[in-house]
Design a protein around this ligand. Sequence first.
Ligand code: 13P
Ligand code: SF4
Length: 347
Amino acid sequence: MDLEADKLIDDIKKIKKELGGELIILTHHYQRPEIVELGDEVGDSYLLCKKAFQSEAKYIVFCGVRFMAESAEILRRDSQRVFHPDPFSGCPMADMSESGDVIRAFNELDDVWGKDAFVPVVYMNSSAEVKSIAGRRGGIICTSSNADKIISHVFSMGKKVIFIPDEYLGFNTYKRLGRGLENIAFWDFSLPLGGNKADELRKKDFVLWKGYCHVHTFFTREHVLEARRKFKGCRIVVHPECKPEVVDNADASGSTEYIVRYVRESPVNSTIIIGTELNLVRRLANIYKDRNIFELARSMCPNMFKITLSKLKVTLENIPNKNRVELPDDIKEYSREALSRMLNIVG
Ligand code: 13P
Ligand code: SF4
């Protein structure tokens, strides 16, 4: 925690009081505990995206990573402004899909699959630019809480899918939908045709971009087996960004909000082992002291951790002049279309 944390907390509370209903602070579940304490809403990326959309506040301060703050900026009303306490708090997985590579992939798939044969499904964990490139082509955003619904929706339209950028969320979701795994192609963006042969690619209906979250791929099957040996009768719940061998050996998997609900609804005295970001696991252990809650292994998102009390205070005391999130109009227009499609499908 920041040195002089108590003073910083008092100062932030004072500014919050002064700004009253003009301000809303949104905090992702992976934020430091002291930041979550100061937030008006805590949630996963989908819930916070909706809160930003619904909020009447003039100033939205987003304590999460960059793509989340950008999503709030995309959805905000004209009268609102969005702020991010650390512009360098990015997401390495989002950085694994760059616009140039994405445009090239779409062009190559146009040649092999045909121009209208596929719809890009882009995970929220992506830049606004990538969202807009997908949006121009009828693409749809998804989060880990609705990837299954969005992918099913596209298949029900009789279209194929390229899923960007999380290979594991895509794979776990496709498998959960009960579709044949032989219909998947993996896309290595550094290679022509993603490293596939055109003839083979033509037979597939699901292309998976080879990006990943280092926080969740840190968990292994051995961690799961070790937890079962150590905590007899425990339940293991993991995020779907984990590798399939972890998801398959766990008792349950789902979005961050799903994990929070899973713990809330678990019986008193039960033992729950959680495979997701450490700050969330520790906070749940603190809230539900009548359950035994442990991390599957220590894995932290260093980017979420970049939002500190001092950066939050500096942002708040300089509103509206510092740390504002701004995006070019055309990027906003098309990324909003892609985000709105998600909201229209899943509500
Ligand atoms: P959620 O969509 O579950 O909030 O996940 C966001 C994220 O960054 C997970 O690593
Ligand atoms: Fe990105 Fe992973 Fe951090 Fe989520 S936990 S913000 S996916 S690096």
